[in-house]
Design a protein around this ligand. Structure first.
Ligand code: SAH
Ligand code: SF4
Length: 348
């Protein structure tokens, strides 16, 4: 059911002779209320009730959210990570991060990933398949249900930084975001949503033309082509120079800031020279840099940069005029790095 955009739902109901008003009622039940049972709704009129009985029995539509295969919480309880089982048995990770007064959900867009970043647990699995729009929406509904059960309604922010490359699954991601931002339903503001990409250049340019102010984060990790391709193999397909040109165009066309993510790996991309080169590379771009010390993974022998090195890297960027923040590795004790929970379950 969650695959349907509002327009598609309207068309679906219209095809069965139902008036548009029923689409609004059903949409609110699904997306605003997160209903678990559609047979007990006092707000549904008889034609909609009949339609529900017809379509939701047998192999018609389903409103079941993916069951939780496993769940872990960080020791401070602020980060909860869920491994959700999809209909075909694939498993994806969804993370709920709590901050005072607001929550952020981090959701997946693919099972596995084709991009092959050497340090990433999801990249190490290879590509399995794209998620559907409904499977992306369902992760948000799951997070909100968990929050509501705990008496909180504060799911405010969304980041597409879980498993997979969102711009490699562009159409499903955009359909899902259309559903997630709909004011009659889940209603997360588009400016509170960040799409993180490894640097799929055509996707970045397409995103620049979207009518919604979604945030963009670009995972850079290297300031020269050689340094970057060693960590991010798809840099050979969309080289660093082309990526930076696309970022400039994105800023120019949208007037929005770009977040650059930089996983700091000891001895690979954490030197003061690299920091200075990065500052030069981003000159003229409205950039905010997020520094993330590496979360070690099984099939990669790199180590996290030391705290001193991370701070030195940050200082150089700040001195060059760039806001740079160090992202805590929240919940490293719950294997909260991208793809790591699933990888651990498989190995167990
Ligand atoms: N495919 C997208 C979004 C998912 S990955 C992308 O690559 O941007 C989200 C972020 O987590 C990326 O910046 C990625 O580089 C980072 N990441 C992945 N594995 C990591 C690890 N083991 N340690 C630290 N950061 C990691
Ligand atoms: Fe894919 Fe992102 Fe992991 Fe790279 S870091 S392999 S793009 S999920």
């Amino acid at each position: 059911m969650y695959d349907l955009t509002f327009a598609a739902l309207e068309a679906e109901l219209a095809a069965s002779g139902l008036r548009p008003v029923h689409a609004k009622t059903l949409w609110r039940a699904l997306h605003r209320d997160g209903a678990e049972d559609l047979t007990q709704r006092p707000d549904f009129l008889p034609p909609l009730r009949r339609w529900i009985v017809e379509r939701m029995t047998g192999d018609g539509f389903s409103i079941a959210l993916p069951p939780v295969r496993s769940e872990t919480a960080s020791s401070d309880g602020l980060t909860r990570k869920f491994l959700l089982a999809l209909e075909d048995g694939q498993e994806v990770e969804t993370v709920l991060m709590g901050y005072p007064g607001r929550h952020t959900a981090c959701i997946s867009t693919q099972a596995g990933c084709a991009m092959g970043c050497v340090f990433c647990a999801t990249g190490q699995m290879g590509f399995i398949r794209h998620l559907t729009a409904g499977e992306i929406v369902a992760q948000v509904l799951h997070c909100r249900r968990v929050l509501r059960a705990a008496g909180s309604d504060g799911l405010r922010n969304l980041v597409l930084m879980g498993m997979g490359e969102p711009l490699h699954n562009y159409d499903a991601v955009m359909a899902a975001l259309g559903i997630i931002t709909d004011r009659r339903g889940i209603n997360i503001g588009p400016a509170r949503i960040t799409i993180s990409t490894v640097g799929v250049v055509p996707g970045i340019l397409r995103l620049a033309g979207e009518q919604q102010p979604y945030g963009l984060a670009v995972s850079l990790h290297g300031a020269t082509e050689e340094e970057r391709s060693a960590l991010v193999p798809v840099s050979r397909r969309w080289p660093l120079a082309e990526l930076i040109a696309a970022c400039r165009e994105y800023c120019h066309r949208t007037g929005r800031r770009i977040f650059f993510e930089w996983t700091l790996i000891a001895g690979r991309n954490d030197s003061p020279e690299t920091a200075a080169r990065l500052a030069t590379l981003l000159q003229g771009i409205d950039a905010h840099i997020n520094l993330i010390p590496l979360n070690p993974t099984q099939s990669y022998d790199g180590a996290a940069a030391s705290a001193g090195t991370v701070h030195r890297f940050q200082r150089i960027l700040r001195d060059a005029g760039f806001p740079a923040t160090i992202r805590q590795r929240r919940g490293i004790d719950v294997a909260a790095g991208c793809g790591q929970l699933r990888a651990e379950k498989r190995a167990a």
